[in-house]
Design a protein around this ligand. Structure first.
Ligand code: ADP
Ligand code: ASP
Ligand code: MG
Length: 406
């Protein structure tokens, strides 16, 4: 008998019929003799709807209240699933974040889990009751409801699996595993049997939203066996694992992309020590995260400086930079929000040279201009015009042979 944590996402909870389908699935795991703890998301679209209501009153409203509102989506689905399970003959009880409790820090809308007290859930399991826990939410030290950032139910699932020392954490969603790239953009994308934590972490940080980044961090840190599967079709899914030598070692495991990018360029900055700090310091002070940075080689005593930030931070960053540019005596400032980032990821890159040039050549052949490049040990990212996103993903998918069955 195993203890399994199963997380069901928004599409899986999207209607009463789907919730009953999930209940039947959970019931069949119980029949096989497993203990199951279920984590659920709100019905798909519901969190967006709730946040839109809040923003319609005041987009800059209190983040504590935004959390209070957004967290209600999951309170509905835990109750619905518990009723559906009871109807299917399975004893069940719903738990909100505070009823578990799942304790977080006070950073509303992006809270981090600090501790989970597993006793109530274990007691329920031992009494033959299936706990259904609200994903995405927790409770702060001052008793406020918090949320873990968009997609945060994945993290609730993994964190509970760690706290309960579960045998596996299963993430049920609307695709039957992790693919070589988002199958919505490249229909020829292929399901991976396995992917390493390291690669999955890069894929998630570079824009693949199939798993929230923090859930992968958590699973890696606490060695939680993690699997992504479909709610709707049976299959083995994708196992996220530690690297082992028996793993087939493709050069590139996947392609990630992000539309949430924007760029700011300062031209004609004096080429002298302290300029990068003078530009980026105030941006960081305003809590804006800078991703890629490029500084051109200086000519006639001046240089150009370009960096990227999330689109939502673009106007804020541009305002700051216009002020700083004036103080620095720079020639000009330009912003662009019509850019995207496309990345190739693979642990195989470590031991192979020439991957970057293969990537750039493929993009050039497709007529795609590269604006910026950044690399790390297991990934290469390029910034390109947003109109070329789909073409770039498909071009690279083909160039690295990802559609072929190994
Ligand atoms: P859930 O609501 O179940 O949490 P999400 O919408 O958050 O589901 O995540 C699943 C979606 O992630 C898929 O429908 C797919 O479009 C997208 N996705 C992006 N990259 C990948 C990838 N590499 N493999 C599989 N799915 C991906
Ligand atoms: N319902 C939340 C969201 O839409 C959390 C989740 O689905 O994981 O972001
Ligand atoms: Mg999700």
């Amino acid at each position: 008998m195993a203890l399994i944590v199963q997380k069901y996402g928004g599409t899986s909870m999207g209607s009463v019929e789907r919730i009953e389908h999930v209940a039947n699935k959970v019931a069949s795991f119980r029949k096989q003799g497993h203990q199951v703890v279920v984590v659920v998301s709100a019905m798909s679209g519901e969190t967006d709807r709730l946040l839109k209501l809040a923003k319609a009153i005041d987009p800059k409203g209190s983040q504590r209240e935004f959390d209070q509102i957004a967290a209600t989506g999951e309170q509905v689905t835990i109750g619905l699933l518990a009723i559906a399970l009871q109807k299917a003959g399975v004893q069940s009880r719903s738990f909100t974040g505070w009823q578990v409790p799942i304790r977080t820090d006070g950073a509303h809308m992006k809270a981090r889990i600090q501790s989970i007290e597993p006793e109530a859930l274990l007691a329920a399991c031992n009494a033959g009751i299936v706990p259904v826990v609200a994903g995405f939410q927790g409770i702060t030290d001052d008793g406020s409801v918090s949320t873990l950032g968009r997609g945060g139910s994945d993290t609730t699932g993994v964190a509970l699996a760690a706290a309960l020392k579960a045998d596996e954490c299963q993430i049920y969603t609307d695709v039957d595993g992790v693919y070589t790239t988002d199958p919505r953009v490249e229909p020829k994308a292929r399901r991976l049997d396995k992917i390493t934590f390291e690669e999955m972490l890069e894929m998630a940080s570079l824009g693949s939203k199939v798993l929230q980044i923090r859930s992968v961090e958590f699973a890696g840190k606490y060695k939680v066996p993690l699997r992504v599967l479909s709610t709707f079709v049976d299959g083995p899914g994708t196992l996220i694992t530690l690297e082992d030598n028996s793993m087939e070692d493709p050069l590139i495991s996947g392609i990630a992309f992000s539309r949430d990018e924007s760029q700011i360029t300062v031209t004609g900055v004096p080429d002298k020590p302290g300029v990068a700090a003078a530009i980026l310091g105030p941006v960081g002070d305003a809590n804006v995260e800078v991703d890629m940075i490029v500084q051109n080689v200086g000519a006639d005593g001046s240089t150009d400086f370009t960096f990227t930030v999330a689109r939502g931070d673009h106007d804020k960053a541009l305002e700051i930079i216009k002020r700083v540019a004036g103080e620095l005596g720079a020639k000009g400032v330009a912003g662009a929000t019509d850019i995207v980032k496309v990345s190739i990821v693979g642990v195989g890159m470590r031991s192979h040279a020439g991957i970057a040039s293969q990537m750039f050549k493929a993009l050039a052949t497709a007529g795609i201009n590269i604006r910026m490049i950044s690399t790390s040990e297991i990934k290469i990212s390029v910034v390109i015009d947003q109109d070329y996103l789909e073409l770039a993903v498909r071009t690279l998918h083909k160039a690295f042979g990802l559609e072929e069955k190994k």
